[in-house]
Design a protein around this ligand. Sequence first.
Ligand SMILES: [Zn+2]
Ligand SMILES: [Zn+2]
Length: 285
Amino acid sequence: MRIDLHTHSTASDGTDAPAQLVRKAAAAGLDVVALTDHDTTRGHAEAVAALPEGLTLVTGAELSCRLDGVSMHMLAYLFDPEEPALLAERELVRDDRVPRARAMVAKLNELGVPVTWEQVARIAGGGSVGRPHVASALVELGVVPTVNDAFTQDWLADGGRAHVEKHETDPFEAIRLIKGAGGVAVFAHPAAVKRGRTVSEAAIADLAAAGLDGIEVDHMDHDADTRTRLRGTARELGLLVTGSSDYHGSRKTCVLGEYTTDPEVYGEITRRAFGAFPVPGAGGA
Ligand SMILES: [Zn+2]
Ligand SMILES: [Zn+2]
């Protein structure tokens, strides 16, 4: 039984539509695939409708979290997608762009810069507004000569005077919300150093004490030594160990089923979850 518990579709930053993704998963010889788009369950319905016979879909999402200034990802499996508290948190993370840009405008106003929200919105031209648009407004106003000059500590760079951080969920809160929605929480690629700072072993122990179910160990961003170390951590803390491709279509080089999860661990995940159930493929369109 081949089980891949972490993939992305066009519902977030993958390049395969959900229907394409499940067809490719079946063609790749997978028996179980989890669809875990960033902060959304938008792709689930299409994946279910297209699910080939012989392939089981585990519904999920990958939640953007931050612990002590370190960004991290939490995989959530088989939660109730309608559960209001977790749904509200996913929307808050996803729909953060406008409030964030507005908050940057407010900070600039406090610094005496007469930028307005209308100006920033006009520059964004109906597209999803972001920091570069605020930067362009500063150029328009003659505050800085170029957009790059706006990305400094004086203005909009990370930690700068007018910078506003993205909303990311506290992982302890994420675990509470996932469990509250009947789901299972697995810390994604906990030691992916390539992506930036990672959380400490002590923090993983704290998360385990708070109800974390497992850690993703077999992942392309972990080398062999890291995987051995994380397996030890999981054993010590009584955490489940998962493996996955973190497939993004052509956005990344990994292939479906590149790493997989042990069937016993998968069984345990399905036993713990009560928010949703794995969907067996009926040979969809
Ligand atoms: Zn991730
Ligand atoms: Zn991912």
